[in-house]
Write a protein that binds this ligand. Structure first.
Ligand code: APR
Length: 175
């Protein structure tokens, strides 16, 4: 199996443990914390992250904003509110692709060369992972072509089943 791009890696585990330039937070538009990976990132980063997020003025779905990493091993957190799944006919696919695109753009502007993504929108927001994974991979491949400075793009999956889904779509992208 050939790899779709040498920079792309799969990791199963907790994104807050990754010592990369930027970890992506599957946030909500308030940027004031929540459950899921948002909750885990804020817990690990400490109260300084919320204090900084209060100064960011929220974030539109599909957009992304960057903050420091605070107590995290990552240097930065890129916060992006993904779309809530509403059946697939409300522009969810374009909004999800926009999340990945904007995260790369914002991280590139900050000089990042490594970035880790959770599976955006596939938890509380209900986006079917079989539909989200190919969007994540295709958009990331596009952005790697546009931003060759990225040396590591890690898809961080929290569960084994999610890891297997991404692994399957990555293999398909590499063929
Ligand atoms: N590390 C990596 N991935 C994680 C972690 C973690 N520590 N915790 C959860 N996940 C995974 C989930 O298993 C899921 O696959 O992140 C993915 C995204 O799920 P959610 O965190 O629920 O995010 P999302 O579906 O985008 O919903 C966002 O949830 O937490 C609130 O404030 C957040 O309102 C926003 C909504």
């Amino acid at each position: 199996m050939s790899k779709p791009h040498s920079a792309i890696e799969l990791f199963q585990g907790d994104i807050t443990t990754l010592a990369v330039d930027a970890i992506v937070n599957a946030a909500n538009t308030s940027l004031l914390g929540g459950g899921g990976v948002d909750g885990a990132i804020h817990r690990a980063a400490g109260p300084g992250l919320l204090a900084e997020c209060r100064t960011l003025g929220g974030c539109a779905t599909g957009d992304a904003k960057i903050s420091g990493g605070h107590r995290l091993p990552a240097k930065h957190v890129v916060h992006t509110p993904g779309p809530v799944w509403g059946g697939g006919h409300r522009g969810e696919a374009d909004l999800l692709a926009s999340c990945y695109r904007r995260c790369f753009e914002v991280a590139a502007e900050a000089g990042c060369t490594s970035i880790a993504f959770p599976s955006i929108s596939t938890g509380v927001y209900g986006y079917p992972i079989e539909q989200a994974a190919p969007i994540a991979i295709r958009t990331s491949l596009e952005m790697l072509a546009k931003y060759p400075q990225f040396q590591r793009v890690i898809f961080c999956l929290f569960s084994a089943p999610d890891f297997v889904v991404y692994q399957r779509f990555l293999q398909m992208a590499g063929e």
